[in-house]
Structure formats: C-alpha cells, structure tokens
Design a binder for this molecule. Structure first.
Ligand code: PA5
Length: 453
C-alpha cells in the first residue's frame, strides 16, 4: 500500500433525505453558492487567518521520507518500551486519540505499543495512578506541545520525565523521549535540544486542531501500530476531490450549506451522532474543531456529540421533545468489520425471537432509520455522512472533509476559523490565582471579583 496514487473517487457519501421540510432546494442552492465562493477564498488563501492554512495541502505534501522517519521512530521506541505516553491537550492530543480509538480493537491488544495519555487535564488521581502504573512498565514519552508551556501537558511531562530519569538514568532517559514542538521557538524545543531528545516539528502555519496529519497525530498513531500511509491516502483523495469539485457536488460545500442554513433558522446546536463507540474520540476531535473555530464574536453553532443507541436512553428524550434548537449530523458505517447473528432463545422470554437470524449490524441500521424518522418528525432534521467501512483510509477522508468544511463554514459565518482568542481568559485568571510572575495586579482583581460573587 502506498500513500501515493490518489484515487479519484472518494468513499464518503451524503444523504439529505431526513431534512425534508427544513431545507428547500432554493435555500440550499443559495447557501451552496455562498459556500462555493468561500471554498475559493479558502483554497486561494485570501480569507481571514490565511497564515494558518498549511493543513490544506498536508496530505499531498508529506513525503515518503517523513513517513519513514515516523515509522522508524516507532520501531526504535518499541524496541525498548511497551507503552508510549502521549502528553498533550486539545489540538495536540485529540486527533491522535480519535484515529487510534477508531482503529484499534476494543479489548485485545493485537499490535503496536500501548498508548496512554497524559496532560489532557490536571486531575491528580489520574496522574498519580499513571505514574504508579508506569513504575513497573518500560515506557517512553511523546510530549506534544507547540508552545511548550501549556500548563496541563507541561505539568504531566515534568513528573513523567522525572520518572524516566529515576528508572533509566539521565543519559538513557533521553532515548525514551520524543518532543513534537515548534521548529525553533519555545521552551520545549530549548529543553529538547539541551537534553538531546529526538524532535518532530509542528509547522508554523498549522494550528493545533488542524494538526492531526502532522507528526502531532502521526507519531502516536504510528506507535499504536497503525499504518499512517493508509490514513494519509484517504485524506489525500479527499483533498483532491474537494479542490477539484465545484458547487453542489462538493461535500464540504454541502455540509457548510446544510449547517449554516439551519443555523440561520434558529437551529443553534449541532449534534454529531455515531452508532459505533469506536467513534467516541472522533466526535471529541470534531467538537474541538468546530467549537474552537466558529464560537466567537457571540456567534457559532454549538457542537455536541452523542453515542447512540446508548444516549438514546439518556439524551434521547431531550432530542425528541426538548427545545427545538437542534439538528443532527450522523456518522454512518455501511458495513461492519465483523458481525454476529441473533440466535433463537428457548421460551422467547425477551420476545426477541422475531429477530432470529438477523445480524446486529442490521438491527443497528434499523435503529438508525427509525431514530432519524422519529427525530425529523419531532423537529430535528439530520444529514447522514456515511463511509463503507471503519478503516484508516475512510477516517482520513472524514478528517480532511471536516477540516476543509470547517474553513468554508467559518468564512460563511463571517469569523476567522483559525484563531482562538477566547481560550486565554480562563488561563489568565488561573495564572493570577496561582501567583504566576507578572500577574500580580491581575491576582488582586480576580480575587476581588471572586469575593463579590
Ligand atoms: O487547537 C489549539 O490551538 C489548542 O487546542 C492547542 O492545541 C492546545 O491548547 C495545546 O497547545 P500547545 O500545543 O501549545 O500545548
């Protein structure tokens, strides 16, 4: 298998069947025209935030040498380590986890290193338990941070690196650390150079949430024993398709038109629905992509995710009958990788013998159809995005599709989809409260405000 040789035809398909009554052809066509204009703005790099568009051409620009280098780092690490701890948060974490969890078996470990995660929150129990677990396991760290100073991963890295030095000694510990960070600036780059860690670069023109197809995502994914060339191949054919397909044939235009038309009609919450628990972290990745890209200037669709049919037994009631501010985007997998069939049960105690011989996938597909209809009738329209199988190539397609559509959609909303000014506010308060140098005045203000509340 090679990442080169883009197939012209993509696997991903859309269906707008369950939007009937919510989107007229005229409305959709107008919105598609707008999306098409913004698609051109995006690919011609003429819009807001155009200094962060390096991700647009990543799938096709990555070289065989870069892929080989990532794979050989994996081989090197796996020679001495059973586990890799991926240390990162937000865009430096979610993409890798999304791909890994969508691709690995649920229970049995069949391939690669065991991937653990740290620095994606500050919970003490989690990090203490992780350190205790790693006491008796050979492990390495991939610390991933563009700035190198993000509080959560930096704190986790301190204690994990400390444990490596304790276990292996300073000179051997360096063989257990790979830093993925800025090419020249930042605290982590400086520390990595001082200690002699292997490093990978997060390109200047790629923001965190668009970085899964750089070493940020690719190295942990490779270390999980997954074929990154397959992932890139899917992304590559989607890149080719979205660059060369115009108007209503372009899926990114359609997705942007669908969601922005419904948003203009008061549907302010988009629910990304999956019926396969392997897509849980893919949904988390999508939430960050759209939430951080569009939620600004007091506007933006609020992205949430649900896992059906599980959440039909918790959030299903709200979706069916609560505030009518929701629309759904449903990720569907046409064919399972494996299936099981319902057997006859003596006495038919649960009344399910009528399903004898039916497969679980078939039953799931009827749950999907029935739910889509019920939700549409309850006032929740949905778009279905389907892939033939859950595999790396198709995940690659979806990643690139959602990224590209996010650019178009953000421009349609009128915001800069590639910045995130709002994420600093909580950090500034936290730094002031923790007594960080330079925050002395802010500390007094924050404490006074907290007292007033
Ligand atoms: O998308 C983003 O920009 C953020 O989620 C960042 O990736 C996240 O805050 C981590 O930042 P850094 O890589 O600098 O540690």
């Amino acid at each position: 298998f090679t990442y080169k040789g883009v197939k012209k035809v993509i696997s991903t398909k859309f269906s707008l069947q369950f939007t009937k009554g919510y989107l007229s052809e005229t409305e959709l066509n107008q919105a598609i025209q707008k999306a098409e204009q913004n698609r051109k703005v995006l690919i011609e790099k003429k819009g807001k935030g155009n200094e962060f568009l390096g991700w647009l051409t990543l799938p096709k620009s990555i070289t065989e040498t870069e892929i080989q280098s990532i794979n050989s780092t994996y081989k090197k690490l796996s020679n001495h380590s059973e586990c890799l701890v991926a240390v990162g948060i937000g865009g430096s974490y979610l993409g890798a986890r999304a791909v890994i969890e969508a691709s690995l078996p649920f229970f049995e470990k069949k391939q690669g290193m065991k991937i653990l995660y740290a620095g994606h929150h500050i919970d003490s129990d989690y990090h203490k338990e992780l350190l205790s677990f790693l006491e008796n396991v050979d492990f390495s760290i991939n610390v991933i941070s563009k700035s190198g100073t993000t509080t959560e991963p930096a704190l986790a890295f301190r204690s994990l690196y400390g444990l490596l030095v304790k276990k292996y000694g300073e000179s051997k510990a360096k063989e257990h650390v790979v830093a993925t960070t800025d090419k020249s600036k930042g605290a982590l780059k400086k520390f990595a150079d001082e200690k002699g860690f292997e490093t990978y670069v997060i390109p200047d023109d790629v923001g965190g949430r668009f970085s899964v197809l750089t070493p940020v995502g690719l190295l942990p994914i490779a270390c999980a024993g997954l074929n990154i060339a397959e992932l890139l191949s899917g992304a590559q054919r989607m890149q080719e398709f979205l660059y060369t397909t115009e108007g209503d044939k372009n899926l990114a235009n359609l997705y942007s038109a669908y969601r922005n038309t419904l948003y203009a009609k008061g549907k302010k919450v988009e629910v990304l629905v999956n019926y396969n628990p392997k897509l849980y972290y893919f949904t988390e990745w999508w939430k960050q992509l759209y939430g951080e890209s569009e939620g600004k200037e007091k506007k933006g669709i609020f992205p949430i995710g649900v896992n059906f049919t599980t959440d039909l037994h918790s959030l299903g009631q709200y979706i069916q009958e609560g505030e009518r501010i929701l629309f759904e985007t449903i990720l569907e997998i046409e064919n399972p990788n494996q299936d099981i069939f319902v057997e006859e049960f003596a006495g038919d105690i649960d009344g399910l013998n009528y399903l004898k011989g039916k497969s679980l996938h078939y039953i799931n597909s009827k749950a999907i159809e029935g739910t889509k209809l019920a939700h549409l009738e309850g006032g929740v329209p949905s778009l279905s995005i389907s892939i033939p199988k859950l595999n790396l190539e198709n995940i690659g397609e979806l990643i690139y599709l959602f990224e590209f559509a996010c650019g178009i959609s953000g421009y349609t909303l009128g915001v800069n989809p590639f910045d995130q000014p709002g994420v600093e506010n909580y950090k500034n308060n936290m730094f002031a409260l923790l007594g960080k140098k330079g925050y002395e005045d802010k500390k007094n203000q924050v404490e006074a405000k907290l007292k007033e509340l």
